[in-house]
Design a protein around this ligand. Structure first.
Ligand SMILES: Nc1nc2c(c(=O)[nH]1)N[C@H]1C(S)=C(S)[C@@H](COP(=O)(O)OP(=O)(O)OC[C@H]3O[C@@H](n4cnc5c(=O)[nH]c(N)nc54)[C@H](O)[C@@H]3O)O[C@H]1N2
Ligand SMILES: Nc1nc2c(c(=O)[nH]1)N[C@H]1C(S)=C(S)[C@@H](COP(=O)(O)OP(=O)(O)OC[C@H]3O[C@@H](n4cnc5c(=O)[nH]c(N)nc54)[C@H](O)[C@@H]3O)O[C@H]1N2
Ligand code: SF4
Ligand SMILES: [Mo]
Length: 713
């Protein structure tokens, strides 16, 4: 406490830490030791962003001393308002509610919802809290909406899930770069410097996206595919690679299993059929394959486009098949990767926030895994719950018979970020009890019975794992305002009230990390050799890192994959329709994504003046041909209807989208929420919802000067 108080005339302190938002986890220098005086600079020494930041990173300081900041716990009063309360009263209320619900409905009557925004320490302790203090199976998190399809595919094909199995700087070494359904120029902007270097080295860029995004505009080839057709594209490209004799038979024989079944499957994906399914001309398909095969080293990267589909896992497997068949994997500047999204989207998915998981990427249904973790926790393995429901299924069970009756959310705005959000909001309202831990009263907190105010990024210590698998340090730069507590402290105090305080009493985040290292030891995501000191000395350490004398693993797969026989597995995957496809009744595709200026549910960035000023509202992208047919122009209003809801959007006419597709960002709640329209069809393996494709129609248009909705004939 004393250390963080500013001293008169003391020179401003500078703290090296990282941006609060995305998985790029740009290194930042925070100059100044109070929220009000703090200036943010890009850290030129941190190798991933090398000094660059995007507009969100530059402006993140505004979050700290923000007038909307929650500074006291809130309890819903008898008149329905959220009223300020003391910490003991709020914590007692949560513990009592959980105890009462568990007494009435059983241990699984209570659920927890975590986040890829949480540090490794928080993610670990939250998972432990679910299994030890509440003993509920129902612990899941928003990474289910984010990285679960990529993770599912990586585990199946490689036996391990690390989004990028190589450092980001490898991008610059590739000669051909194929990016599928990611728009990193807006979602990971400082990555642009690695794309620039790649181009300077003579490299080529190919982008597959239904929209002509800034990333697609920079490409040598843009595959403007039909939404939901990625799996057909992947199989079609492999078909051509086989036909044109580009496959690497030595690599397939020595390092993989299962190619024959894939070969037989992709035989059916002849180019004319794939052109029809994807809308990408055969000549472009052939050009893509030739560049990938001849312009090596080649790299294939996926984003949420192909992943957030009800066939997301198979879609990613299709592109992994292509990378394996061309023998791309395991060499510098070459291979397959997925671009992780949330700040700790990588670490957050490894340490037990997932319903089927224990720390270190161990599995809750595997006895040996249960035993290891139970030993570290000092509990009986038999006392650990089994596998619980996935994120959307957990929320959808709220208040239903056999479902969850009490829920605590830490680090997610589920009322905005979930598919079919109107229904999720209804489920949250049907709960007996909802608690939310956040720094801001987001749309989910507005529905809560108790809200607990927490510390933010620049006010706390911990570790994050970036999109490369590099474990880095979040460092405290300013004192937290009076009245807030860290998530770690909240978990400890709740555990104490539930009779398990001793298992959650840690003197510091570093002390949590020390136990966490032991829990991960020997697991797939092994952090045992990583310490705060080492991270400080080495600018991050790449997992797996099993011992203190192990150098860490910047590049995976050079010699072996992580299946028992050391080989990668091909998976024969078939294209199939989405949960709903356009029809006579709902003739258009609706897809969703991001603005550079806003982050996820917008709970943070909608409050930053510079960002809200630049992008005050969501705008629906419509192609000029479709706009002409509808008789609308930019700044008009259209009402879009799916099978679930109607939403009115302001129009942005742009040639950068397919004429059969509408696009809206999902950063807003309330009446403008894109997620009111989206479909909760889930991938069978990853349980990822289909955020990238719903069938819709336009049911009304309105000129800016008119008020009455005008039906179209
Ligand atoms: N500015 C900003 N940056 C962010 C975030 C943010 O909210 N804002 N969030 C962070 C997080 S959590 C994540 S997960 C990442 C996401 O990063 P990205 O994956 O780059 O982001 P998205 O915009 O969701 O989707 C990428 C693209 O998929 C396209 N797409 C839509 N449907 C399809 C389809 O069927 N197939 C294909 N191939 N493409 C399709 C969209 O047009 C979009 O351009 O960004 C991270 N960085
Ligand atoms: N239609 C559509 N919907 C989508 C997507 C899409 O592409 N299209 N993308 C999906 C994806 S990829 C993601 S990742 C989700 C993200 O959506 P959300 O899960 O809602 O994530 P955020 O908006 O980042 O919300 C994070 C909340 O956690 C708080 N927070 C941040 N750090 C901490 C912390 O350390 N502790 C606590 N207690 N709170 C914290 C923030 O203040 C904020 O209120 O949205 C998904 N929803
Ligand atoms: S790219 Fe991501 S980590 Fe870097 S400044 Fe922007 S939001 Fe922050
Ligand atoms: Mo995400």
């Amino acid at each position: 406490m004393l250390l963080s108080l500013p001293q008169i005339d003391a020179p401003p302190r500078s703290t090296r830490t990282h941006c609060p938002y995305c998985a790029f986890q740009c290194g930042t220098l925070l100059n100044g030791s109070t929220a009000a005086s703090m200036q943010i600079e890009g850290d030129a020494e941190f190798p991933v962003n090398a000094g660059r930041l995007c507009v969100k990173g530059w402006s993140a300081g505004e979050l700290l001393g923000h007038p909307d900041r929650l500074l006291t716990p809130l309890i819903r009063g008898s008149f329905g308002d959220l009223l300020p309360a003391s910490w003991p009263a709020a914590l007692d209320r949560i513990a009592e509610a959980f105890r009462r619900i568990q007494a009435e409905y059983g241990l699984d009557g209570v659920g927890l919802f975590g986040s890829g925004a949480l540090t490794n320490e928080k993610a670990y302790l939250l998972g432990k809290f679910a299994r030890v203090a509440l003993r509920t199976p129902h612990m899941d998190y928003n990474g289910r909406y984010c990285m679960s399809s990529a993770a599912g595919a990586g585990n199946k094909a490689f036996g391990i899930d690390r989004g990028l199995p190589f450092p980001v700087s490898d991008i610059a070494l590739s000669r051909t770069l194929l990016v599928i359904g990611s728009n990193p120029f807006e979602t990971l902007p400082p990555i642009g410097q690695w794309f620039d270097k790649q181009r300077e080295n003579g490299g080529r860029l190919i982008v597959a996206d239904p929209r002509r995004t800034p990333t697609a505009r920079a490409a040598d080839l843009h595959l403007q595919l039909t939404p939901g057709s990625d799996l057909a594209l992947a199989n079609g490209l492999l078909h051509i690679a086989i036909e044109e004799k580009f496959i690497n038979a030595d690599f397939i024989r020595e390092r993989t299993n299962g190619f024959d079944a894939v070969r037989r499957t992709v035989l059916q994906y002849y180019p004319a059929r794939v052109e029809q399914l994807t809308g990408v001309p055969e000549s472009t398909l052939r050009q893509t394959v030739r560049w990938l095969a001849e312009g090596t080293p080649s790299m294939i990267l996926t984003g949420r486009g192909p992943e957030q589909q009800s066939k997301g896992v198979d879609g990613v497997l299709g592109f992994i098949n292509l990378a394996l068949a061309l023998g791309l994997i395991g060499k510098p500047g070459s291979g397959f990767g997925t671009l992780t999204g949330q700040g700790n989207g990588q670490g957050g998915r490894e340490h037990g926030q997932k319903a089927d998981q224990l720390p270190g990427y161990r599995l809750i249904e595997v006895d040996a895994h249960r035993e290891h973790v139970a030993r570290v926790w000092g509990v009986d393995p038999a006392s650990l719950p089994r596998k619980g429901r996935s994120a959307y299924e957990l929320l959808d069970s709220c208040g239903r018979d056999g479902g969850v009756r009490g829920l605590m959310v830490m680090g997610s705005n589920v009322a905005v970020a979930s598919p079919n959000s109107g229904s999720v909001i209804e489920r949250l309202k049907a709960l007996d009890f909802l608690a939310v831990c956040d720094s801001f009263a987001n749309e989910t907190a507005e529905l809560a019975d108790v809200v607990l105010p927490v510390t933010q990024w620049a006010e706390e210590d911990g570790t994050m794992t970036n999109l490369e698998g590099r474990v880095i340090r979040r460092r405290k730069a300013v004192a937290a305002p009076c009245g807030v507590k860290s998530d770690l402290e909240i978990l400890h105090q709740l555990a104490e009230r539930l009779g398990h305080g001793d298992k959650f009493a840690f003197a510091s985040p570093e002390a949590v990390f020390e136990e966490f290292r032991l829990a991960t030891a020997g697991g797939t995501a092994d952090y045992a050799g990583i310490s705060y000191d080492r991270i400080d000395r080495e600018d991050g350490v790449f997992w797996p890192c099993p011992s203190e004398d192990h150098p860490g693993t910047p590049r995976l797969f050079a010699e072996r994959f992580h299946h028992a026989d050391g080989k990668a597995k091909f998976h024969a995957v078939q294209h199939r329709p989405a949960g709903e496809e356009p029809s006579a009744e709902f003739p258009l595709y609706f897809t969703t994504g991001r603005y550079q200026e806003h982050y996820n549910s917008g709970a943070q960035t909608r409050r930053v003046s510079k960002l809200a000023g630049a992008k005050p509202i969501p705008r629906l992208q419509i192609h000029p041909e479709l706009a002409a047919r509808l008789g609308v122009e930019s700044d008009w209003f259209v009402t879009v209807e799916s099978r679930r809801a109607k939403v009115e959007f302001t129009v942005e006419v742009t040639a950068g989208i397919r004429p059969d597709t509408l696009f809206a960002p999902f950063h807003w709640g309330g009446r403008h929420a894109a997620n009111l329209l989206t479909n909760a069809a889930l991938d069978p393996t990853s349980r990822m919802p289909e955020f990238k494709l719903a069938a819709v129609r336009v049911i009304g248009v309105r000129a800016p000067e008119f008020n009455a909705a005008e039906a179209i004939a």
